[in-house]
Write a protein that binds this ligand. Structure first.
Ligand SMILES: Cc1cc2nc3c(=O)[nH]c(=O)nc-3n(C[C@H](O)[C@H](O)[C@H](O)COP(=O)(O)OP(=O)(O)OC[C@H]3O[C@@H](n4cnc5c(N)ncnc54)[C@H](O)[C@@H]3O)c2cc1C
Length: 475
């Protein structure tokens, strides 16, 4: 193998033990989950990842003394599968949830100056839990607030199982339900762009309804926000490896799978440079385009549909100041290109000053812009938002660009997303882009990994581990 850690041919010993050997391709959250679930059920698992680390799209890297995340990640209390994953890798305490939803929303486009609003919940049943916050939300007029309430109730009435929802766009639905451009900007897109990675007009009504119904209209605490207070790599690489090691999973990083085929006995064969790995079960947990390239002929009825699933970028802008300029852990912004700002000082290991990460979703127009232009745009915007930034020195400014951060949640995408099973016996698909019903999130990735492992275990006739997250029950 290519990581230099294992002797040549070390993987060959998995051959010859029929019925219990699995290869999971892709060490993102979907692949890690599938590997853990299969190993917990007593299957011998090899996890193969092309990069030098696990974690896929949610990872950290070093920049000087600082540990930087490629992109700010948050999850909600309703993300039950990702929460299960955090528990399974013993990472829950490192990525805590807010006690109660509280999002500061700062508007800098008002003639009277900056104005802070809050999206909070009370300890009341749904939908009253958001009533007081909405009634006092200063970024909407009285009529707009009442209109938002009516649209929320209409959204609550939508049947998520209705396939026609996926053929419509959320923006048109909001307009048809009386939502002004301001209500879309200051409320629906504020939440929707960050969770769907698309503005309402570009998003499937089915996916948007799923997010808003599950997050805001199911359980009072469903939208409480959680995020890693450590670098993402501490969770998705370090702790995930520890859990995989203890479950007996063999991990091979820096190893790219080049093909998957059947041998003459109907067993699967996974090709990596210099070696062929035989397997009874293969979980292909890579992005949709790479899955298309690796799927053997006949695995899906219409494999070309995978190429029709679009992608959407996320840009993160990182600014290190010589002093503290923000006293909250995070906030969302209106009336400025800035979307969400997080304080990553402690997580990054910065000792002096403050490090802010700006998470800019649906960033198609900016994703390829030179750093100098982004700097010229974003530093003055931060000064508008944070008066203390005006006198502060910028010690470092850099950006991270994820051009294919998520699949594009466009209307019609639902029919393109395949489930876990393929037509090749023993071969399963996983990945946030598969048919989980969720947008491209960590939650979707973990759910897909569980679904793939469930399908594989049922085909192998092996009982599922009792502690494994139950996709059906929780959906
Ligand atoms: C900047 C950014 C911000 C985000 N913010 C959020 C957020 O706030 N909340 C949230 O829930 N989600 C967020 N997401 C989305 C979330 O990160 C992804 O949905 C999730 O991590 C996808 O996991 P996955 O396992 O499906 O795929 P991936 O993470 O893409 O994993 C696939 C893995 O397969 C490997 N691979 C590919 N080809 C091969 C091969 N031939 N051989 C071996 N290995 C291979 C890749 O290297 C990769 O590691 C964000 C994503 C980005 C990029």
């Amino acid at each position: 193998m290519t990581d230099g850690m294992r002797p040549e041919g070390a993987l060959a010993d998995i051959s010859g033990r029929s019925g219990r050997d699995a290869v999971v391709i892709g060490g993102g959250l979907a692949g890690i989950t599938a590997a853990l679930a299969l190993a917990d059920a007593g299957v011998r698992v090899t996890l193969i990842e092309g990069r030098p680390r696990l974690g896929g799209l949610a990872f950290s890297f070093q920049r000087g003394d600082l540990t930087i995340d490629n992109g700010q990640h948050v999850y909600l209390r309703c993300c039950t599968a990702y929460r299960w994953f955090l528990d399974r890798i013993e990472g829950t305490a490192l990525a805590p949830l807010q006690d109660r939803l509280d999002v500061p929303v700062l508007d800098v486009a008002r003639p009277e100056g900056r104005r802070l609003g809050r999206l909070r919940r009370d300890a009341l049943p749904v939908p009253l839990h958001l009533g007081r916050s909405l009634a006092t939300y200063p970024h909407l007029s009285l009529a707009e607030r009442a209109g938002v309430g009516r649209a929320a109730l209409a959204l609550k009435g939508l049947d998520l199982a209705d396939p026609t929802l996926d053929t419509q766009d959320f923006g048109s639905w909001l307009a048809a339900h009386g939502q002004s451009a301001r209500a879309v900007e200051a409320l629906w897109d504020l939440v929707g762009v960050a969770t769907l990675n698309a503005v309402a007009g570009d998003a499937s009504l089915g996916l948007a309804a799923m997010v808003f119904k599950t997050g805001l209209l199911s359980d009072p605490g469903a939208a409480d926000i959680g995020w890693a207070h450590v670098p993402l790599g501490d969770l998705h690489d370090r702790l995930a490896r520890k859990a995989l090691d203890s479950a007996g999973v063999r991990i091979e990083v820096r190893t790219r799978v080049t093909s998957i085929s059947n041998d003459e006995n109907g067993r699967l064969r996974v090709q990596v440079p210099g070696e062929t790995l035989p397997a009874d079960t293969v979980v292909l947990a890579v992005a949709q385009r790479e899955a298309y390239d690796l799927l053997p002929d006949g695995a899906l009825d219409a494999p070309e549909q995978l190429l029709e699933i679009g992608t959407a970028p996320i840009l993160n802008v990182h600014v290190v100041y010589d002093r503290k300029v923000l006293s909250r852990p995070f906030f969302a912004a209106l009336g400025t290109p800035v979307q969400w700002v997080f304080d990553r000082t402690d997580a990054s290991g910065l000792r002096d000053g403050q490090y802010l990460a700006l998470s800019q979703s649906a960033a198609r127009d900016e994703i390829d812009e030179p750093v100098a232009e982004l700097r010229e745009r974003y530093l003055p915007e931060l000064e508008r938002l944070l008066p203390r930034a005006r006198g502060a020195e910028v010690k470092d400014f850099f950006v991270t660009r994820e051009r294919t951060a998520t699949f594009a949640p466009t209307p019609g995408v639902g029919r393109l997303r395949p489930g876990a099973r393929t037509k090749v016996p023993g071969l399963y698909l996983a990945g946030a882009w598969t048919a989980t019903g969720w947008p491209a999130t960590m939650e979707s990735a973990v759910r897909s990994g569980v679904s793939a492992a469930d399908a594989a275990l049922s085909a192998l006739g092996r009982p599922r581990p009792s502690h494994l997250f139950d996709v059906e029950e929780a959906a």
